[in-house]
Design a protein around this ligand. Structure first.
Ligand code: ATP
Length: 465
């Protein structure tokens, strides 16, 4: 079930707003674009930074036993052999013989409600694909003339640090996920901090995948950002810790203000052989419920693989029982870009205030790119402008603020509503003492209700906070 306004129309409105107001630009736009790449503009980068800060606050600051990390994007190539990415990080790809468009075979089948995924063998996928060929059409040209399905490896290669001409024989890789950087630093963190199992390591950073068919705007990009946390636990505790994190991660979105009916769990139909459990948290995007975040119980596969490939022991000795084991891992993994799109979808709204219709982003204050906008009532009255500049200097020390003296105040409100600014502050003649009782007070207007209050400048920062 999709929500009532989960329509193509809503997606178009969101992408138009993102472009018009400088949240998201198509990557390399002046060169005609670059598929799967997008740039965050001035308000987009503020929103993205706020999303990352909210995640870090919940995952690191509020947790006693989780620490942070920022590992390198390009690592020793063996990392990706150990992780299984060089051998098996692939998606099933099929090419249209008429227009040469490449598609994900599993995504084409999904549209028919037929299940297939990258964990199946290529023979299994081809059997399912063949059984449905008469119903499958190329999304570009509508032809049914597809080739055979083959596996396409998603790891992107680089010659960083390799100066030979045929470097692709020994490539390094742009990381396909951030968590491998966490696994290879497990020992470093253990040896240099006071953490004891169970403990977690959290990381935010770029990941790269040669996605066959990037689509749905910033939902599926080739260069994207992940926010991942790996909790290292005793084998016997893996499933109880898993249940805790599964619930916590769902609650995180509810606490942020998402409607519960726009979120749901989806259990993986097909687990990789080492995994104990895997659920996705799906969000009701304008194109329907899709994966926002994965919560996985991964056993001790990852650390065991790195122990085997590096020769370095990943064993942990319990300080109380002296029991030795390779810790098991509970992972939470979410994309920044998907969270960005979910936030825009969830908090985009249209309503009317008085006679005027408006677009309003009802963003939680924590996420709003600009927390307060400061306006002089008139831009051609230096005494108003000067006072407004003083107020701007005061509030901008404490929070991200914007100064706007362009157009009438109504227009300025509309502009701030569209980018989700919770409060607008206007400096008028009463601020300057025209009405002596209102000297050094300002009008503060609330984004959601349009209600206005008179607040003393001396109280303003506290009020806004
Ligand atoms: P999907 O099935 O949609 O390709 P996945 O299961 O491969 O996703 P994971 O490998 O579990 O994704 O990655 C964890 C998270 O990283 C996802 O839940 C998603 O939020 C994000 N993510 C993965 N691939 C992309 C991408 N190409 N663009 C943007 N975000 C992504």
């Amino acid at each position: 079930m999709t929500n009532p306004d989960s329509t193509q129309n809503k997606m178009e409105k969101i992408t138009a707003l993102c472009k018009r107001r400088g949240f998201v630009f198509a990557g390399s736009e002046i060169y005609g674009g670059f598929v799967g790449s997008f740039d965050y503009g001035p308000y987009g980068v503020e929103l993205a930074n706020n999303i990352k800060a909210a995640w870090w606050e919940a995952m690191v600051q509020h947790e006693r036993n989780i620490v942070g990390l920022d590992s390198a994007i390009v690592t020793h190539p063996k990392v990706w052999e150990a992780s299984g990415h060089v051998g098996g990080f692939s998606d099933p790809m099929v090419e249209c013989k008429e227009c040469n468009t490449r598609s994900r075979a599993d995504h084409l089948l999904e549209e028919l409600d037929v299940f297939a995924d990258e964990k199946m063998t290529i023979e299994e996928i081809n059997t399912i694909f063949d059984a449905n060929r008469d119903k499958l059409v190329c999304p570009k040209c509508g032809s049914k003339n597809f080739g055979v399905v083959r596996k396409f490896n998603l790891l992107a290669q680089t010659n960083l640090g390799n100066f030979s001409e045929d470097w692709s024989k020994e490539p390094a890789y742009l990381r396909g996920e951030t968590c491998q950087g966490i696994y290879i630093n497990f020992k470093n963190v253990l040896d240099t901090t006071r953490v004891k199992v169970p403990f977690g390591i959290a990381q935010i950073g770029k990941a790269f995948r040669n996605e066959i068919a990037p689509r749905q705007y910033i939902f599926r990009k080739r260069e994207f950002e992940q926010m991942e946390m790996q909790m290292f636990v005793a084998p016997a505790e893996e499933m109880s810790v898993y249940d805790i994190w599964k619930a916590k991660r769902m609650q995180y979105y509810i606490d942020m203000g998402f409607k519960p009916e726009n979120l749901r769990f989806h259990e993986h139909e097909n687990l990789v052989f080492y995994a104990k459990a895997a659920f996705d948290i799906e969000y009701n995007f304008p194109f329907g419920f899709k994966e926002l975040e994965g919560v996985h119980a991964r056993g001790n596969y990852d650390l065991t693989q790195h122990q085997t490939f590096s020769g370095v022991s990943m064993e942990y000795t319990d300080p109380y029982t002296n029991e030795k084991y390779i810790p098991h891992v509970v992972e939470t993994s979410v994309g920044l870009d998907r969270t960005f799109l979910a936030v825009m979808t969830e908090f985009y709204d249209e309503d009317t205030i008085g006679e005027e219709s408006r677009i309003v982003l009802r963003l939680p204050k924590k996420l709003a790119p600009i927390k307060v906008a400061v306006f002089p009532l008139l831009r051609n009255r230096p005494e108003l402008v000067q006072k407004a500049e003083e107020v701007f200097a005061l509030v901008s020390k404490e929070m991200r603020a914007e100064f706007d003296d362009n157009g009438n105040v109504g227009k300025r409100y509309r502009r701030q509503d569209e980018i989700g600014t919770p409060h607008c502050v206007t400096i008028d003649f009463d601020t300057l003492g025209e009405n002596p009782e209102l000297l050094d007070t300002v009008t503060v207007r609330n984004r959601d209700t349009g209600a206005q209050e008179r607040i003393a400048i001396a109280e303003l920062v506290n009020y806004l906070k």
